[in-house]
Design a protein around this ligand. Structure first.
Ligand SMILES: [Zn+2]
Ligand SMILES: [Zn+2]
Length: 179
């Protein structure tokens, strides 16, 4: 693994804890979002602001990072495809072990760090991706799209098709099965 760059905004420099158990430090900063904080429907755009509000606590085995990360996610309603934007706030709690201690006791499946630099990015990505809704909606009552012509029903109250051609029925059943 290549050495971490302590100037990168998602690399936390915990040197001031000096490996003294019980020592704590606040980490509050705004970092640009890295790639892949997303699912197919919604995500946090690259380089938009991530607000980190974290606490680093030195414990015997390493450093416990806890707190919240908040950002604005953008995507599309899963029912009507309207663009949407919603705040996301995720809790982070992860113990990063000192690499030298982890080498003595490699059983535990915890992230490790060396030289007082903790790479928060993988932990952050897991937490954010898990917290994003798989089927975001513009409104909990969003009625979706007309299965016959595809117009958003939200913007067209009372929309309906008077002509009932049995071929349309067969088509709409197909769409309903898909949706
Ligand atoms: Zn919608
Ligand atoms: Zn229609």
């Amino acid at each position: 693994m290549s050495a971490l760059d302590g100037r990168k905004p998602l690399v936390l420099d915990v040197r001031e804890l000096q490996r003294r158990a019980g020592a704590m430090m606040k980490i509050q900063r705004i970092a640009p979002a890295p790639v892949d904080l997303e699912n197919p429907m919604i995500g946090i755009p690259v380089d938009t602001d991530l607000n980190l509000d974290l606490m680093a606590e030195s414990v015997i085995e390493g450093v416990l990072i806890s707190g919240t990360v908040s950002a604005q996610a953008v995507g599309n309603c899963s029912r009507c495809l309207t663009p949407i934007s919603e705040p996301v706030e995720v809790s982070i709690q992860e113990l990063f072990r000192h690499a030298d201690l982890a080498a003595e006791d490699p059983d535990e499946d915890l992230p490790t760090f060396e030289e007082d630099l903790i790479d928060l990015e993988p932990t952050l990505r897991d937490a954010v991706v898990l917290s994003l809704p798989l089927a975001p909606v513009c409104d909990p009552d969003c009625p979706g799209l007309c299965t016959q012509c595809g117009v958003p029903l939200k913007d067209n109250p009372g929309h309906h098709h008077t002509q009932t051609d049995p071929r349309w029925d067969a088509l709409s059943e197909l769409f309903n099965e898909k949706g």
